[in-house]
Structure formats: C-alpha cells, structure tokens
Design a protein around this ligand. Sequence first.
Ligand code: 3EB
Length: 368
Amino acid sequence: MALEAGLQVEYLPLAAQAPARWEGVLGIATFDGGAVKRAPSSALANDVPMVEIRTPVLGSTGEVCEIWRTGQPVESGQRARVRYRRGDEVLFGCISVAESERREADEYREANGRGEANGRSKASGRRDGNGSALHTATSEAYREIFATLDELAYPHLLRVWNYLPQINVDTHGMERYRQFNSARLSALVASGRDVTGNVPAACALGSVNGSPLVIYFLASRAAPTAIENPRQVSAYEYPPQYGPKPAFSRASVLRKASGSILFISGTASIVGHQTMHAGDVAAQTRETLVNIEALLGEANRVSGAPRFGLETLAYKVYVRNSADLPLIQSQLHTVLGREAQVVYLQADICRQDLLVEIEAIGRERDCD
Ligand code: 3EB
C-alpha cells in the first residue's frame, strides 16, 4: 500500500522479498515467529531492523511480514537495546526485553503465596505491579526508546505496537496489562511527555507464552495530530476500575505537504468505557467497525477534507479464539468487501471480555 509523505507499508511473506527491494526499507515486523532465521541475508547485511512478533497468523499461509519503507535515504543504528533505521523525517525502531528468569522465579513464589499475606507482597507499592518483571521490562524499554528519540531528535511517537505474553494474567495483585500501563504511564511522565491529549496511537496485545516484551514504533520529527473517538471515553480518561490509565490516543495523523498518513490504534467493541456484546464475537466485530468509521469521520473532520475511507485502509485483526475466525471474517467481508487488505493474527486482547481488536493504517484518498 503506497502512502503519501514517502512512507509505505506492505504485508508480504518474507520469502517474496528480492534483495533489490531492501532499498529504502526502514524496518520489518514479522508475525508468527521464526522468520528471522529465514530472513534473506541481504536484509540482515543491510542492517534493516527486523522484529519478531510471536502471534500466530490465521487464515493463510503462515508467516507474514509488515514492511515499512520510505523514498528517502536511510541510515541504521542502535542505542542500548533499541535498533532503528531512519529517513529524514521518520524513524522506525524496535526493542525486545526479556523478563529475567530470576524475576520470574520471584513471581512464581509470589503467585503461590509463599511468605506473604493474601498472596500479595507486603512491600509497599507491589499492589500496583511496581517491581514485577514486566513493570521493570516496560520501564526499561520505554526509557531506552525515549532516550533514543530525544538524542536523534525524532521526539514524536506516531504509533507504538506493544506485545507481551500472558497479558490477562494476574501477578503482584494486578493484571499484567495493567502493570504494563502503570510502567508506560510513569515512563511518559519521566521523559517529560504528555499523558493525556497528545499521546501516541498504540495497541497492546498478548503474544505466545515465553516471548519477551516486544515493542516497535514509528517516530517523527514533526508532531502528529492525536484523534479521539466521539463514541468512546478517551483511554487516558477511563474510570479507575480499569486500573492505571492507558496512555494512548485512538488514532494519529501525520500531515505533510505531500499528503497524510493515518494510524488507527487497536480498536475494540467499547462504547463509552464499557465492553459491548460480551460473548458475541460477530456483534463485537460490527461494533468495532462502527468505531473505526467514527474515527475516520473524526480524522476527516480534523484534517478538513474527506481524505480517509474504510475501503483504503490496511487492517490487522487480532482474534482471541482462533475458532472465531470465520465469524469475524464474514463480518469484515460484509462491511469492507472481499478486496480489503486484512491480516488476521491470534492474540489475547487486553480485556478478558474482548474477543476481537482491529487496527488500521490509512492513506489519503486519491484526488482524481
Ligand atoms: C481499549 O480500547 C482496548 O494499551 O496501548 C486498544 C489500543 C487497547 C491500545 C494500549 C489498548 C491499547 O481500551 C485496548
């Protein structure tokens, strides 16, 4: 899919990539794991950051990779654990942080209630997930990301993809997704960034057990515009029952003279702040698509023209239970037609009652 502003994304099997095609590639996310081993040596030799996301691909032929490309000259680098590649205006980066075995052992003891009251640590702060292996990994990852962006002067996170195993599992008296939220929020504050309004578009999904915390992102020199959904309470304003505030915007638009790029965050069957249609995956899929349409309306309103349409987006659909794939696919076919560009992945979603989540990338409509 060609995007304006010199930034493009494509979804392809890695094997389909000829060496000549690595020019201008900013970075690659592979889904379904194992792909790095099979990566063409030309990609590795060119220092293209490649990040392995362990979420099984559904409904097709195994591995898929998401390839980010720019028309500009690119340069690779690494700072601490962040690997990146950048053009004049946009930087692709990625980081994987293992939750250490020592810390996992600590958590195992804790989860089994050894040596503490109510299965919870008596140490202060532990009930907000502070000090968990995931909290520490998330803090470190975001600290390294912001240090990289500040040093290289691409200060604005446009879009962040977060993947962590056992996302709905409780440790330290708190669900791991909420531990992640707590650490992400603190890291934003510590870096001097906003935690409401001007926050990145994002998603946070489960990955296969045993995976590290994996984060990849796009950042820019120019500030994007954050978009909220008029049908939903902003995530950073969710009421306290959902735990530490999730610091993400519903979408972001990067506007350039040459055109605009839209990043739609992970979107689910939430209206206001509540999950709708618990247990009904078809209805959840329809509600999610209504949310995406509302976001498109808002993006078009903010950018002052009908630039974005449902039919021109590239979608990633996260399916909690792979047996639900046919029902989800048939709803998407009804609304988007059969030609829409959609990749289906199996992943746990950050609320126990959500069965499907959809993200998307859009470009300006052609003006002829
Ligand atoms: C929701 O709307 C569903 O924590 O970065 C969607 C997109 C969700 C991003 C994140 C979470 C995130 O609250 C979950």
